[in-house]
Write a protein that binds this ligand. Sequence first.
Ligand SMILES: C[S@@+](CC[C@H](N)C(=O)[O-])C[C@H]1O[C@@H](n2cnc3c(N)ncnc32)[C@H](O)[C@@H]1O
Length: 221
Amino acid sequence: MVRDKMKEDATIWISGTMHNIFSIGQLLTELDFKILNIITWEKTNPPPNFSCRYFTYSTEQIIWARKSKKTPHYFNYELMKQLNGDKQMKDVWRLPAIAPWEKSCGKHPTQKPLSVLTRLILASTKPNAWILDPFAGSSTTGIAANLANRRFLGIDREEEFLTISKNRKLEIDIPKIAATYRQKISGFNDKNELELFLVKEPQIEYKTEINFDSKRGDRLT
Ligand SMILES: C[S@@+](CC[C@H](N)C(=O)[O-])C[C@H]1O[C@@H](n2cnc3c(N)ncnc32)[C@H](O)[C@@H]1O
């Protein structure tokens, strides 16, 4: 159970659609999480609705909740404000759907854009933090985490998605590609803002609280 693996001040982000977001919210409440926000990601370029019998689906909801009702969570208020033209960041994020360059290592059917994951990671974690995605898919969470100098553990039951994930990681291990991707991620005022922010962000050393086998490099015991 993910809740048991979370630190007391940790937060969880769960994305959904109108079909499941209400049940997710209900479950989180029953499990004693404190819901902090429900972000609406408004896709600036949604795919058309071919049936022409409904409004075009153009949003996804992302619930942000914290583990503990008592222990405060981290929120980078200042950076979020900076990204929103020096006004408080709202819970509606207008960001484009996934771009072709994000599929350089193959396609995952429900791959999220790096812009959404980068924003939520920067808002709620400090450098070197461990981020877990137990439904990693193509590991957009991990790529955004590593590009932002955070650590990542991903799990997926499908071998083909783990292969895409590993290839995406190998790609960003090339510093020039990582630098280019940091410039391409949407949601910043200009193409150098993410890199400049990361350079200035104070580094924090966390104790590794999971069993990490350093001899095997990337394997968890
Ligand atoms: C919505 S996708 C995640 C997509 C991801 N955010 C991305 O950008 O690529 C959910 C993933 O969870 C995986 N999954 C579903 N049930 C699982 C389970 N019980 N254990 C591990 N992985 C699971 C699926 O294989 C799928 O790749």
